[in-house]
Design a protein around this ligand. Sequence first.
Ligand code: IMP
Ligand code: MG
Length: 186
Amino acid sequence: MSAGTETVRSVAYTQEQIATRVTEMGLEITRHYEGRDDLLVLGLLKGSFIFLADLVREIQVPFHVDFLIASSYGAGRASSGEVEFLYDPGVRIRDRHVILVEDIVDAGSTVGLVVPLIEARGPESLELCVLLHKRRVRLEKEPRWVGFDAPGEFLVGYGLDHAESFRHLPYIGSLEGPPELAPRSE
Ligand code: IMP
Ligand code: MG
């Protein structure tokens, strides 16, 4: 699988590994919120869209789903240290149990900036659920649910992109790794 000059060099997590883990996470989330009312699952777009779609179908308590688009990078690749919501649904956060769903935590700046903005809206509780955590930093608020402790490589697929390519891959792959590994074609 390639886009431009970039090629997926190795598979980090297969479609089956992801599905198994997402089912487990749905079960853990279900157990945590059983008997509680007013749950809101907030997906941080765009990277979480496939993870979120699979995860919400594994959660067996009533809840609403909405989305946020946050940008902490502006036009460049380096984090600006500020975050703005490019899309903010304006749903009620106050007094609700909120799960913020993110694709991957790298330097932690995105969740580090978004969490205080959500907390300022007065949720009853706020938990983070992330598919991949590179564990490069200690976060002020660590995710309660983590799919995988990810390698430091740049990962694509299952919603994650490189310059908007590769999001549709059903597995998670690395653009790095030994060049002799043939990319899996879909
Ligand atoms: P952080 O703010 O440095 O934690 O980075 C989080 C955001 O950067 C994620 O929401 C992704 O959009 C993007 N990102 C970080 N690492 C990767 C990666 O390995 N692949 C694809 N996107 C990534
Ligand atoms: Mg993202």
